[in-house]
Design a protein around this ligand. Structure first.
Ligand SMILES: [Zn+2]
Length: 71
């Protein structure tokens, strides 16, 4: 469980006042679906990008560039 994000459910208020797209992939955020506030980058992410980012973060919520780690 990551403490780097605040998990919320997309509400009409967030979608209208803050953003209605993911800050990473720009997919539409849909009311009632889980969204994740990235406290490092001050943006909302969809579930898919949240999971991808979590896997690349260390304990300090810093994104680690993993070069040459395939295979
Ligand atoms: Zn996304």
């Amino acid at each position: 469980m990551s403490t780097c994000f605040v998990d919320q459910v997309a509400t009409p208020e967030i979608l209208l006042r803050v953003t209605n797209v993911c800050g990473e992939c720009y997919d539409d955020l849909v009311e009632g679906e889980p969204i994740y506030y990235d406290m490092q980058s001050y943006r909302y992410l969809c579930e898919k990008c949240h999971e991808a980012l979590c896997e690349r973060m260390n304990d300090e919520c810093e994104v680690i560039e993993e070069e040459g780690l395939f295979g």
